[in-house]
Design a protein around this ligand. Structure first.
Ligand SMILES: Cc1cc2nc3c(=O)[nH]c(=O)nc-3n(C[C@H](O)[C@H](O)[C@H](O)COP(=O)(O)OP(=O)(O)OC[C@H]3O[C@@H](n4cnc5c(N)ncnc54)[C@H](O)[C@@H]3O)c2cc1C
Length: 472
């Protein structure tokens, strides 16, 4: 029986067996259909709200497989999606009936300690890269949750504990190997295909399939000072008032994240707090630990913390401290703003909406990112938002479909209420499925979006790479 695949025109049409056999012959990795036992696991993404069934999954083993997959998609006009770490909130990596180009087996990392760079294949998670670079006391600028894919994170911008010092993840890129929408292998860097290099530093998956990233590395770790301090929810106003001033004057070596949520049953929190509202500040000081200890002392002495796990610890441990709060397979819905500062109004609104959480897994998070990224011009790369100092993420998370409406409504209400505190910008990687043209424009800014639209015409005029947040 020929399988039905979704074509670029949106229609489903059968694919002849002979065509599938020819593709399998040219492709080294496994090509999965719904009949294969591995299909279910690979199609499922981090967000269980996304439940789509690709027609074929091409499990790439190298760049040559990516080229074959692109050529096959072009030849048969197939809707194509690209899967990295599968963490995109909008589920961009999967579409019903599409050819999913699965990069997740490509996990090689090569560190050049003398040059201070690492090349990582596009299926790596953040943990894969940190593990190898930390052998040399070096780190790339990556995100806060270690199972996230480097690919989606980097092509959308990327921020984490080191962004205040070194900028967006994509600001630290040296080069990329890319399979273009024509199926050609090219290098993109400041010297070669500089326009493609520009577009892929924030313009997301619209311009080509990156097979490897070369990152600039920085001396960090292997030990840093970091962890978290938590207080009872009743202390939220006092803690946020102190934190907003504390963080505004903190040096760039220190990144803090405020988290407002219900205490999970985590071993670092006392049992009597489990299930109760808390406010926690996660902190990572990547300079000399003794300097960080002095710096963090006033925060740790604030009020009456219920837990304090700030200590000298491996950087890789810090990079996975939030992992348990974000398991694969729960239902998630996010709304997000960039903030120019945490004003008293923003802190009060965050506290008000955190007090109305409909789920024990949801949270309001405020990530401090201001620093190096503010120093480059707005058009340095499409990720833009060079006026952002904090990221607000209203992160709804719950378990059962019958609770979808209540959780989505909570996130939307908090998002609308906090709109006056926003720079007007937002993060392309945090946009949910229904967020369209106006939010994409807010993520890039008009000038960057207009340049991206022109470059889309050059690098993907047929719009093969369309299952993205579109720029044209
Ligand atoms: C729990 C969690 C924590 C997060 N924390 C952070 C954080 O700290 N900092 C941060 O900046 N972001 C963070 N994010 C957001 C994250 O950057 C995006 O979700 C990103 O899309 C994830 O990349 P992925 O490869 O896992 O995604 P996937 O879902 O696999 O891919 C998403 C999209 O990225 C594009 N893409 C993937 N691979 C390639 C490729 N090889 N070439 C070209 N395009 C490609 C495609 O458009 C694809 O559809 C987090 C997300 C989650 C779920």
């Amino acid at each position: 029986m020929p399988i039905e695949l979704t074509r670029l025109n949106g229609q489903a049409a059968p694919l002849e067996d002979a065509a599938l056999q020819a593709f399998r012959g040219a492709f080294k990795g496994a090509v999965l259909t719904a009949a294969d036992p591995a299909y279910e696991e690979v199609r499922k993404l981090w967000n269980a709200m996304v439940d789509r069934r690709p027609g074929l999954i091409a499990r790439c083993t190298g760049t040559a497989d990516v080229v074959q997959a692109v050529r096959f998609a072009r030849q048969h006009q197939l809707l194509l999606t690209v899967r990295g770490g599968g963490h995109n909130i909008a589920g961009l990596a999967v579409a019903d009936g599409a050819l999913m180009v699965d990069m997740s087996l490509l996990r090689g990392v090569w560190v050049d300690p003398a040059a201070g760079t690492a090349r990582a294949q596009a299926g790596c998670t953040l943990a894969d890269v940190d593990r190898e670079t930390q052998l040399h006391g070096l780190a790339a600028v990556l995100g806060f949750v270690s199972a996230t894919g480097i690919a989606g994170l980097t092509v959308g911008g990327g921020f984490g504990y080191l962004s205040r010092r070194f900028g967006w993840t994509c600001d630290t890129l040296q080069s990329m190997e890319v399979v273009t929408a024509e199926g050609q292998v090219v290098r993109a860097s400041a010297q070669e295909n500089a326009d493609l290099f520009w577009a892929l530093r924030g313009g997301s998956g619209n311009f080509g399939i990156v097979t490897s990233f070369e990152y600039r590395l920085f001396p960090v770790g292997p030990e840093i000072l970091g962890g978290a301090v938590a207080w009872r929810g009743a202390d939220t106003a006092q803690v946020l008032e102190a934190w907003r001033e504390f963080s505004a004057s903190a040096p760039r070596e220190l990144t803090t994240v405020a988290v407002l949520r219900i205490a999970p049953p985590a071993p670092w929190l006392p049992k009597e707090i489990h299930g109760q509202p808390i406010v926690a500040i996660f902190a990572c000081y990547s300079g000399k630990p003794e300097e960080g200890e002095a710096l963090l002392a006033p925060l740790r002495k604030l009020g009456q913390p219920v837990a304090d796990i700030i200590t000298r610890r491996p950087y890789t441990q810090m990079q996975s401290l939030l992992d348990a709060t974000q398991p694969k397979g729960r239902r998630y819905y996010w709304k997000s703003h960039y903030l120019p500062a945490v004003t008293r109004q923003a802190a009060e609104l965050a506290a008000t909406h955190a007090a109305q959480l409909p789920s024990p897994f949801s949270a309001i998070l405020l990530f401090q990112i201001g620093g190096a990224l503010n120093e480059l011009p707005a058009g340095h790369s499409p990720v833009g938002n060079r006026d952002a100092a904090y990221v607000l993420n209203i992160a709804a998370s719950w378990e059962h479909a019958q609770d979808d409406a209540a959780n989505v409504a909570w996130a939307r209400t908090a998002f609308r209420a906090m709109q006056p505190c926003s720079t007007g910008g937002t993060y392309i990687n945090f946009l949910t499925e229904e967020e369209g043209a106006d939010r994409i424009a807010a993520a890039y800014g008009r000038a960057n979006l207009s340049k991206l639209t022109e470059l889309k015409q050059k690098w993907d005029p047929d719009n093969l790479l369309r299952h993205n947040k579109p720029v044209a």
